[in-house]
Design a protein around this ligand. Structure first.
Ligand code: CP3
Length: 343
């Protein structure tokens, strides 16, 4: 009883009746039903309670005609099991109490044991699969080794990635040892989600665009390659980053059935860099959703035109939807994608 989902067909670059569409961060604060639950539970509590995680995963699919669900979780959830102290400060995002600074800190990091450290994630995935039935496929995800490492080194989000690049440039052997460990964690985290039933995976290398292509090749490519290689042949793999115009060709060498790009790069230019034998996901600027409906529709049309009806286009925003986005405008986008791409 496997439904012929247009999202999975597009991942395989097969012909589809309409371009599939979903949104990064589609489960979240722009929905009042999310905020209502969030008012009573912390973010980590929601992630760690399968009933709550399953409920907020499904909320956007009840409202909008999305072609995929993404499991409600976070790229930082593997960290506590490794011995990294993670909290979410109100209004400030993630805070890591014991950032990694030395070779000894790297050695002290423990491997992830998913059954022990993140059992709630498998439980939530099973619950969502049961409730979705044939409505839509479910996407699992992880941070890529670089993006995850950057949080552990910086102690949270960052602008200039000073701690990350200081280790990378100054102590390359420690860097490589750290990335090996992070890669093992990411592989375990993703394999666990596949075993629990996700039907596609997205690897978020959200901040990799701060690197030159030479540094990417030397310090990141081997590890993203290892991760994507370990998952190859399981479910379709989406490999995403932002600000990657200068890196995209090199990133592709790491693997992925579909490359995710942000709004800075025209989709036709992305395919010119990548070659035609790979899918592309993207790439409406999330801020477009603050514009009036006719502007949204015109800009959706522009993205579709740039994709040129190629098999292997998955429509998405260029990055996550923002919390103050009007939900009615998401509806406008989804409807426009399906209507304007009907073959
Ligand atoms: O896409 C989805 O709907 C699935 C859920 C999802 C979340 N985080 C839930 C979340 C996904 C795919 C992520 C990925 C994630 N998490 C990334 C990579 C994605 C990207 O945007 O590039 C990163 C860098 C993180 C780490 C993280 N988690 C940060 C920096 C923050 C704070 C910033 C923010 O948006 O508030 C979070 C918290 C977080 N993760 C929220 C959600 C819904 C907000 C929590 C809240 O309700 O307060």
């Amino acid at each position: 009883m496997t439904a012929d989902y247009r999202f999975l067909k597009a991942c395989r670059r097969q012909q589809v009746d309409r371009t599939p569409v979903w949104m990064m961060r589609q489960a979240g604060r722009y929905l009042k039903e999310y905020r209502a639950l969030r008012a009573r539970h912390s973010f980590l509590e929601m992630c760690r309670t399968p009933e709550l995680a399953a409920e907020v995963t499904l909320q956007p699919l009840r409202r909008f005609d999305f072609d995929a669900a993404i499991i409600f979780a976070d790229i930082l959830l593997p960290l506590p099991g490794m011995g990294v102290d993670l909290t979410f400060a109100k209004g400030e995002g993630p805070v890591i109490g014991n950032p990694v600074r030395t070779a000894a800190d790297v050695e002290a990091l423990r491997p992830l044991e998913p059954d022990v450290h993140v059992p709630f994630l498998a439980a939530a995935i099973r619950m969502v699969r049961r409730e979705l039935e044939d409505r839509a496929p479910l996407i699992g995800f992880s941070g890529a080794p670089f993006t995850l490492a950057s949080y552990v080194l910086e102690g949270g989000g960052s602008k200039n990635f000073v701690a990350t690049k200081t280790l990378m440039y100054g102590e390359p052997r420690v860097w490589h040892r750290f990335m090996e460990k992070m890669s093992d964690v990411v592989v375990a985290y993703l394999q666990y989600q596949v075993e629990a039933g996700v039907q596609a995976l997205q690897l978020f290398d959200s901040w990799v665009g701060v690197l030159s292509s030479g540094d990417y090749r030397e310090f990141v490519l081997p590890y993203s390659t290892r991760v994507l290689g370990a998952l190859e042949g399981t479910v379709p793999l989406i490999h995403f980053g932002t600000d990657t115009a200068a890196l995209l060709g090199t990133m592709r060498e790491a693997g992925g059935d579909v490359m995710g790009v942000d709004w800075r790069l025209d989709l036709a230019d992305a395919w010119a860099i990548l070659g035609e034998d790979v899918g592309v996901q993207g790439n409406l600027d999330p801020i477009t959703l603050y514009a009036p409906p006719e502007v949204i529709e015109a800009r959706v049309a522009r993205v579709l035109q740039s994709a040129g009806g190629r098999a292997g286009h998955i429509f998405n925003l260029g990055h996550g939807v923002l919390p103050t986005t009007p939900p009615e405008h998401v509806e406008v986008m989804v409807e426009a994608v399906h209507r304007l791409s009907a073959r």
